[in-house]
Design a binder for this molecule. Structure first.
Ligand SMILES: [Zn+2]
Length: 244
């Protein structure tokens, strides 16, 4: 059965009633981009969607939060040297986020929370959040799932979070992602400049396989521990908004 938290499965009249009960909505956003040889191209929007679903299931029926359809595309020009990646221009992507939030705010949602699955979306999200704040249509937030467990990352995983690495592969696995276990690799990545230097780049400059990290260390079990923590922290944040 389709769970009743999905915006896309409600009629407009059901949606009208739901907003009266709870004016908070989660909007998963991600990307369609390469994730090395062991993870599929949908990884970042798959993960964002799964977190959105699990958070809603944890909150219901106490808080009847709505889940919007996932935005499956993001800003990934640095992955375009790998087949299958689809990228949006950064400004277009920011405008999309603004349009989505303004539509939801017009219907009466007062808390709009993007659940982000892709690090490369960061700059566009920041542009969108600042513009939306200026026109103050609603309270609009964005959560990078990996940031919620920054304090636990080194305890749980062999290396810091990067791309298609131990942490990302473990978490995706625990969320039900397709993982090609024997294709997992250990590729630390090549970084020719000091960390304090920023420059435009292609992931091809840093990695041959598309991985930066060690996905051979990934396990579903470690991922499940991380998923539980991520969900707890997002759930606590959503509850805090609804008790103010
Ligand atoms: Zn990813």
């Amino acid at each position: 059965m389709t769970h009743p938290y999905r915006l896309a499965k409600m009629t407009w009249q059901e949606m009208e009633e739901r907003i009266e009960e709870c004016a908070t909505i989660l909007v998963p956003i991600g990307s369609t981009e390469q994730h090395g040889p062991a993870l599929p191209l949908d990884n970042d929007h798959f993960v964002a969607t799964r977190f959105g679903e699990i958070v809603c299931e944890n909150l219901w029926p106490e808080l009847k939060v709505t889940l919007a359809p996932t935005l499956a595309f993001g800003h990934s020009p640095h992955h375009m040297d790998f087949k299958g990646t689809i990228t949006l221009d950064e400004v277009n992507f920011a405008e999309l986020l603004i349009d989505i939030a303004m539509s939801l705010a017009q219907h009466g949602f007062s808390n709009i929370i993007f659940i982000n699955g892709h690090g490369g979306n960061g700059a566009a999200i920041r542009i969108a959040l600042n513009k939306l704040h200026k026109i103050s249509v609603a309270k609009v937030f964005s959560i990078d799932w990996w940031s919620t467990i920054k304090d636990e990352e080194s305890e749980l995983f062999s290396q810091p979070f990067f791309h298609a690495c131990d942490m990302e592969t473990s978490v995706s696995w625990a969320l039900g992602q397709r993982v090609l276990e024997d294709k997992r690799v250990d590729e630390p990545g090549k970084f020719p400049y000091p960390e304090f230097v920023a420059t435009g780049f292609s992931m091809k400059d840093h990695t041959d396989t598309g991985v930066v990290g060690n996905s051979t260390k990934a396990t579903e079990e470690k991922g499940a521990v991380a998923v539980k923590l991520v969900v707890e922290r997002i759930v606590a944040f959503v509850k805090s908004l609804n008790t103010n």
